[in-house]
Design a protein around this ligand. Structure first.
Ligand code: PLZ
Length: 449
């Protein structure tokens, strides 16, 4: 008999293909899925999962795939991480839900205490917990509007902030996120991002910030701006790393203009980029920060953390939701954060980047379709183009991705033009597995080029 309180041991850390991908059991389940799940919900890789842990995902046919996606930057501590499993098991047996707004519990408060410690800046902070990244972003905008008594929200080209009505408006890309789903929320203004690969050579972060600010001042007016919302490294938009100086200049403009600087760290947060948060890399201290994904080891939890005077500007009862800060998710978050500290997962993310970047540069030397390599820590991407140009090659990108999938490596694509391959391994992935995944990527380029 299995001991229900003992965390499952991690699956064997290997790539193992015992059927074609997808195998027969997965194909059966895909047929059931098609008959019952809305066609509106997409599938990157049609293998159904049986278990996952460390750097692998094991499917229902017994194939073991190397995970370079981490459930889109969620299981930074690994799937079914032992501490997370134990904490959730203990919590689920005590109580599963009361609604924090009805009768509170310690876990929620303890998570907010941790968020005050780990997020940038030593100012007085407050937090509120939610269920998803979109919900965190929506609430950050609500808080900024109430606190400033202004309504305009500034966002950037290539931004991704979610799929709810307001966050669709904040998101840049039409297909698949927005097409046909309007009308969208008003008072959202989009300005150019710093995108070094696509900006003119030598166009600096300061110049890119000045370009954006000029547009804000002429088209919106500084006095109308409630918030500037930016991903410090853009996620779905293609892991766009702004030129140095861009984020500090935008943050500095916000403080002069009386606008709230919101860093959306939903994808970059929790050690992913080699620091606790990507804002830290350039010493930027956001007024508000939105968090989700990596926070709770796979359980749905999100947060807005920020300056006490902004967070407390909201009338009592103005923030909330039935499930926000669910006790199981809070237990998982506390265990995840503890794991990040104990295993130094920020250091692990830097080591992953240090392994990947030279390998990808060597690949670029052989395959001129790799136009750009960028990212930080364990958030790394390559942008594929027609050789010698910046013309996107989404077809090649899809071909490389599906070759990797067929060979048992989970990779994701991204980018406004669909031409970015992004790598987001769990931060606990072993070096051999990571190296093997890069061998598969290498072979994929050789096969499709
Ligand atoms: N902000 C920066 O990356 C979610 C989206 C996957 P939710 N990114 C993955 C998809 O296709 O839906 C994300 C993000 C940033 C906000 C969000 C939204 O977070 O938890 O998906 O709502």
């Amino acid at each position: 008999m299995t001991d229900l309180l003992a965390p499952q041991s991690s699956p064997t850390q290997e790539r193992r293909l015992v059927t074609e991908i997808p195998g027969p059991r997965s194909r059966e389940l895909m047929a059931r899925r098609s008959a019952t799940v809305s066609a509106g919900v997409g599938t990157t890789l049609p293998v159904f999962v049986e278990r996952a842990g460390g750097g692998v995902v094991v499917d229902v046919d017994g194939n073991s795939l190397i995970d370079l996606g981490a459930g889109i930057a969620v299981v930074n501590v690994g799937n079914a991480a032992p501490r997370v499993v134990a904490a959730v098991q203990e919590q689920v047996a005590s109580f599963t839900h009361t609604c924090f707004m009805v009768t509170p519990y310690e876990g929620y408060v303890a998570v907010c205490e941790e968020l005050a410690r780990v997020t940038p800046g030593d100012h007085e902070k407050r937090s509120a917990l939610f269920n998803s990244g979109s919900e965190a972003v929506e609430n950050a905008v609500k808080i900024a509007r109430v606190a400033t008594n202004r309504s305009a929200v500034i966002v950037f080209d290539h931004a991704y902030h979610g799929r709810t009505n307001l966050t669709m408006a904040l998101t840049a890309k039409n297909m698949p996120y927005k097409n046909g789903f309007g009308p969208f929320a008003p008072e959202v203004y989009r300005v150019p991002m710093s995108y070094p690969f696509r900006d003119a050579d030598g166009f600096s972060g300061a110049e890119a910030a000045a370009r954006a600010i000029r547009q804000i001042e002429t088209q919106v007016g500084a006095a109308n701006v409630a918030a500037v919302l930016v991903e410090p490294i853009q996620g779905e938009g293609g892991f766009v790393v702004p030129a140095p100086g861009f984020l500090p200049a935008v943050a500095e403009w916000c403080s002069r203009a009386g606008a709230v600087f919101i860093a959306d760290e939903v994808q970059t947060g929790f050690c992913r980029t080699g620091d606790w948060f990507a804002s830290e890399h350039e010493g930027v201290v956001p007024d508000l920060i939105t968090l989700a994904k990596g926070m709770a080891g796979g359980l749905p939890l999100a947060a807005v953390t920020g300056r006490a005077e902004l967070m407390d500007a909201v009338h009592t009862g103005g923030l909330g939701g039935t499930y926000g800060g669910n006790p199981l998710a809070c237990a998982a978050a506390l265990a995840s954060i503890e794991t990040m500290r104990e295993l130094d997962l920020a250091g692990a993310a830097r080591a992953i980047g240090d392994t990947m970047l030279p390998r990808l540069r060597a690949l670029q030397a052989r395959f001129p379709t790799i136009g750009d390599i960028r990212g930080r820590g364990a958030m790394i991407a390559i942008e594929l183009v027609k050789p010698g140009t910046t013309e996107p090659d989404p077809a090649l990108t899809a071909a490389v991705a599906s070759h990797c999938h067929a060979q048992g490596v989970v990779v994701l694509t991204a980018g406004t033009f669909g031409n970015v391959l992004r790598f987001l391994p769990p931060l606990v992935i072993g070096p051999d597995l990571l190296s093997e995944a890069l061998d598969v990527l290498d072979a994929a380029f050789a096969a499709v080029s």
